[in-house]
Each structure stands twice: as C-alpha cells, then as structure tokens.
Design a protein around this ligand. Structure first.
Ligand code: HEM
Ligand SMILES: [Ca+2]
Ligand SMILES: [Ca+2]
Length: 365
C-alpha cells in the first residue's frame, strides 16, 4: 500500500519535472490571458514530420511580416485570395480534359490573372506573398493556401482548418469569368459553386467569411465599410445582420449575401448559421479545407495541421446579459452557441488578448 503511494508520488514528481523541461524547451510559451488557458503555441522543435517542420518558420513569417499579427487588412485579403485562387476550378472543364488550375497558386505568378477586375484589391497581398515560395523552396499554391488558413485562425473565433502541404503549381492560365459577381443571380452563383464541387451548404458556410470583410470597390463612396458590425471578429453576426431589415452603422450589405439569405434555394442553409457559432465553425472549416484543395490530389499531400497556433476562443470574452463576464465560472467559459448573436464581446479583454498575440508574433503595437 505504502509502496504504491510512494510510487505514485515519484511518478507525479517525475511528470512535473518532465512538463517543466518540455515547457522550457519551447523558446517562448504563450498563455493567452483569459482565453486558451494553458495552451501554448507549438514551435515545432518536436515535430517528427519532416515535411511539416519547415512550415513552422513559414507560419511565423506570414503571421508576423504579412499579417502583422492581426486580423487586419492583409488577413482579410488572404482569405479572399484563397477563394479567388481556388474558385476558378470547374468540374465540367476537368471532365472535358481541359486544365483549369484551381487551388494552384496561380494568383502569385500570373499577373494577368491578378489584373482581372474581380481581383481588384488583392494586389497588396499578392505582392507580400510572392517572394515566399522561392525563399522557402515551396510551391506558390502551398504558400497561398496556408496563408488563407492562417488568416482565418489569426482572427478571434476563427476555427482551425485542416492544413495540407504538397500542392503542385500547375502552371496554366486559370480560366476567366469563373468568380461569382456580387450582382449575379442566386441560380448562377450556386451553379458556379456546384461546378467547383461545393454544395449550397458549403457555399453558405463560406460566404460567412464576410464576417471579417470590407468592401472598397462595390461602392467606392462607402469604401471601408464591413459586411457585419464586428469586422475584427470571426463570428456569426454576419448571418443575423444580413437577414435583418435594418443595417447597422458602418455596415454595407452585398446584394449577393442578401439574396442568398432570402432565396428559396439557399435561405434555409443560410439561416442555419444564425446564432450557431459552433455549427458554422465546423462547416466553414470543412468547406474551406476542400476549397483549398480544388484541382489538387490530397492523396499525394501531407497533413500539417500541427503548425496552426491555437484558436482564439471567443467564449471567455463574451459578456452575458446580466453584464457579467462570460469567464466567471467554469460553466460559462464553455461557449454557448446561442450566445453568439445576443452577447457582446468584452472589448477591453479582447484588446488585451490581441495585444499579447501581436507581441508574440513580433509586433508590439
Ligand atoms: C457568391 C460569392 C461571393 C461574392 C459575390 C463575393 C463578393 C465579394 C466582394 C464584392 C467583395 C468586396 C471587394 C471590394 O470591394 O474590396 C468581397 C470581399 C471579401 N470576400 Fe467575398 N464574395 C463571395 C464569396 C466569398 C467567399 C467564398 C469567401 C471566402 C471563403 C469570401 C471572402 C471575402 C473576404 C475575406 C473579403 C474581404 C476582402 C478585404 O477586405 O480585402 N468571399 N467579396
Ligand atoms: Ca488558381
Ligand atoms: Ca464579424
């Protein structure tokens, strides 16, 4: 009996020492204040996967130098870039034996494609990412799509998306006229997504990326307006606000989003995400993963999701209806999906978390 207890104590002390050593092995360990307690950002020293190992450095480079550690203009643009790079894919063309690119990084080398009107506004992110493939000896397509995935998780609330490495630069000009226009009919937009291989449900999840989006070119006189009232947060406010007949200050609703929210072919799938942060996270992550692989063969690729930093959990940052802080009790710290719409995020606490994060990625601002 005594000896068993003694053995357990030795084991516990041993475990603690082990944990301390592993922690000090990490060059820097980040405990997010108030959120993601106890989680650390993996620096990759212990990664056993050769393919993934070099991507930790690329990750840090993108988060620090390209996104400046924040869910800002560059991160927004990187999400849109991932869509515009992949969105030229067509199953119909593939069946006819025509090459069509897709998630092939064409936007980083084909400047003629970047000049197409639908890609207006993506020039800065293209310029920022362009040197990286050569510098790190990886494909344009991997840089572009890893950047898109990192852009989602750097936004507070953004889910982790399965991250695959090994895309090939197909090197053919991607077909023109494939990216849906903001004034297209719902039928036309859905047909285009279906031809990419994405269902109505996938499409309704993906357009939720407009939760952290701004417009400059649809109506230049209202440049800088966002698609929901929380442009810095990856939340489901976009869905409720798009459906609502009023428009909050500073918000600009796209005709396409409003039509999706009302049309008989898409309204049901659109409304599924109102107030349902968890459902949206799952569906978005799944659809974005498939989008990031359009035209590529996943069987020849390596899964490197391990490089993602932890998600910035919104749960503890919400203020509940009584004005209490959402993090008061263990129970409340669990994110409740129905809270997403009605609860406000504690701006002060969010600012603290974000400042620490920017500092972590090398930015003190
Ligand atoms: C029918 C589908 C879609 C249409 C018609 C559409 C249209 C647009 C338009 C017109 C803009 C504003 C461009 C500007 O004026 O600066 C925009 C921005 C954006 N879109 Fe979409 N979009 C669609 C789907 C998507 C999807 C599937 C994603 C990602 C998964 C996405 C992500 C974004 C992001 C992140 C921005 C903000 C870019 C920035 O702030 O620089 N969109 N979209
Ligand atoms: Ca492409
Ligand atoms: Ca938002």
């Amino acid at each position: 009996m005594i000896s068993t207890r003694w053995m357990i104590s030795v084991l516990l002390v041993g475990l603690t020492i082990f944990q301390l050593t592993t922690a000090s092995d990490l060059q820097r360990t980040l405990n997010f204040p108030d959120t993601n307690r106890g989680k650390t950002i993996n620096r990759g020293q212990n990664s056993r996967n050769k393919v993934c190992r070099k991507w930790y450095g690329i990750r840090d480079r993108i988060l620090r130098d390209v996104f400046q550690g924040q869910c800002g203009d560059a991160a927004r643009a990187a999400v849109r870039l991932a869509f515009h790079d992949a969105g030229t894919f067509s199953q119909m063309r593939q069946r006819r034996g025509q090459k069509n690119g897709g998630a092939d990084g064409s936007m980083l080398w084909d400047l003629q494609e970047v000049l197409r009107p639908e890609n207006n506004g993506l020039q800065n992110i293209v310029t920022a990412l362009r040197p990286l493939p050569r510098e790190y000896g990886v494909s344009n397509a991997d840089i572009l799509h890893v950047a898109g995935i990192l852009a989602v998780i750097i936004c507070p609330g953004g889910p982790p998306i399965e991250t695959w490495i090994g895309r090939r630069d197909i090197g053919v000009r991607n077909p023109d006229g494939m990216i849906p226009d903001v004034n297209d009919s719902v039928e036309k937009m859905l047909a285009r997504f279906a031809d990419m291989g994405l269902s109505v449900r996938d499409t309704m999840a993906l357009v939720g990326a407009h939760s952290t989006a701004k417009q400059r070119f649809v109506d230049p006189s209202q440049a800088g307006k966002s698609m929901d009232s929380t442009v810095d947060i990856w939340d489901v406010k976009f869905y409720g606000e798009t459906l609502n007949s009023t428009t909050p200050d500073g918000v600009f609703k796209f005709a396409s989003d409003v039509k999706f929210s009302q049309h008989r072919l898409s309204a049901r799938q659109f409304k599924r995400f109102v107030d349902e942060q968890d459902d949206w996270d799952d569906d978005y992550a799944d659809a974005h993963e498939r989008m990031s692989l359009l035209g590529q063969d996943r069987r020849r690729m390596t899964r490197c999701t391990e490089i993602l930093p932890p998600k910035i959990d919104l749960g503890p940052l919400f203020i509940d209806k009584d004005g209490d802080n959402g993090a008061d009790s263990e129970d409340e710290r669990q994110f409740s999906p129905k809270d997403a719409f009605s609860l406000r995020v504690d701006r002060g606490r969010l600012r603290t978390v974000l400042r620490r994060l920017r500092g972590y990625w090398g930015y003190s601002g």
